[in-house]
Design a protein around this ligand. Sequence first.
Ligand SMILES: C[S@@+](CC[C@H](N)C(=O)[O-])C[C@H]1O[C@@H](n2cnc3c(N)ncnc32)[C@H](O)[C@@H]1O
Length: 243
Amino acid sequence: MPDTHFGYETVDEAAKARRVRGVFDSVAPKYDVMNDLMSLGLHRAWKAYAVAVANARIGDRVLDIAGGTGDMARALAPRVGSRGLVIHSDINEAMLRQGRDRLLDEGLILPALICDAEALPFPSDAFDLVSVAFGLRNMTHKEKALDEMNRVTRPGGRLLVLEFSRVARPLAKAYDWYSFKLLPRLGAWVAGDADSYRYLAESIRLHPDQAELKAMMKSAGFGHVDVHNLSAGVVALHVGIKC
Ligand SMILES: C[S@@+](CC[C@H](N)C(=O)[O-])C[C@H]1O[C@@H](n2cnc3c(N)ncnc32)[C@H](O)[C@@H]1O
């Protein structure tokens, strides 16, 4: 079996999928509070920006991949209205359940589906909009996942990839200190799990930067790709149009 990366470790592909599952099984109960804490609430603004750019319309069919605790699905649902459809999906049952319960508590009933982004159980051209927020980084075969996202997007439809990216150079040192020193400690204090947050920092460093991800999306069949840097490149929103 070919090797890949789990953070800075080299592992075989089956081990990577298993260990990513372990990370999200472990962080699921504290995922939302940790997200707020470690981004100082900024993840809300990044997601709100992505949803505004998505420009989903009444009646649109939307697939949220790696949807976790449901932030994107919750924000997109009112935009497509009762004539539209938002599917909240994730490969990890613990994360999906956490999200589904939270959405139900807020009175939102959306189809929730366990599925692997690398083998999506949908026909081709099924969605007007596909979104993946902070999920692509964790996938073993990113090209395969992007190919699948392209396949299920209708011609003229859009893919939104919101993901950590390459921070502007003047901030790099401070960002490294935060990621490798503070973040694992926060993870240990709040979630009792330093390792998962160390993985987070390492996986961000290994993720393709803005230009590389844009090229990957173009190779997957998104003829036009716009890149929006957020918070000096800590995060980037890539918007691809299937054309
Ligand atoms: C950091 S969380 C992001 C959750 C949510 N989208 C958010 O922004 O808060 C990453 C999610 O990616 C999911 N994931 C990892 N590999 C996946 C795959 N191959 N297919 C679908 N989801 C995957 C994990 O289970 C996890 O819930």
